[in-house]
Ligand binder design. Structure first.
Ligand SMILES: [Zn+2]
Length: 60
């Protein structure tokens, strides 16, 4: 499971989402478009979310 927080991305916003990587990318992409009017490409957002995944996810 991964999670992302909108304020980690530099927004003054308390939105956060967690779940499977694809769900998180999709939900956050939707949030960005609907709440902030920013349409990142899914590829860009996917790379960003992957960078945010804690190392512990890979350690198991
Ligand atoms: Zn936000």
């Amino acid at each position: 499971m991964v999670s992302i927080r909108c304020d980690d991305c530099g927004f003054d916003c308390d939105y956060s989402v967690s779940g499977d990587l694809e769900q998180v990318v999709f939900a956050y992409w939707n949030h960005m478009a609907n709440e902030h009017g920013i349409e990142y490409s899914p590829e860009t957002l996917g790379r960003y979310v992957k960078k945010k995944i804690p190392q512990s996810v890979h350690a198991s």
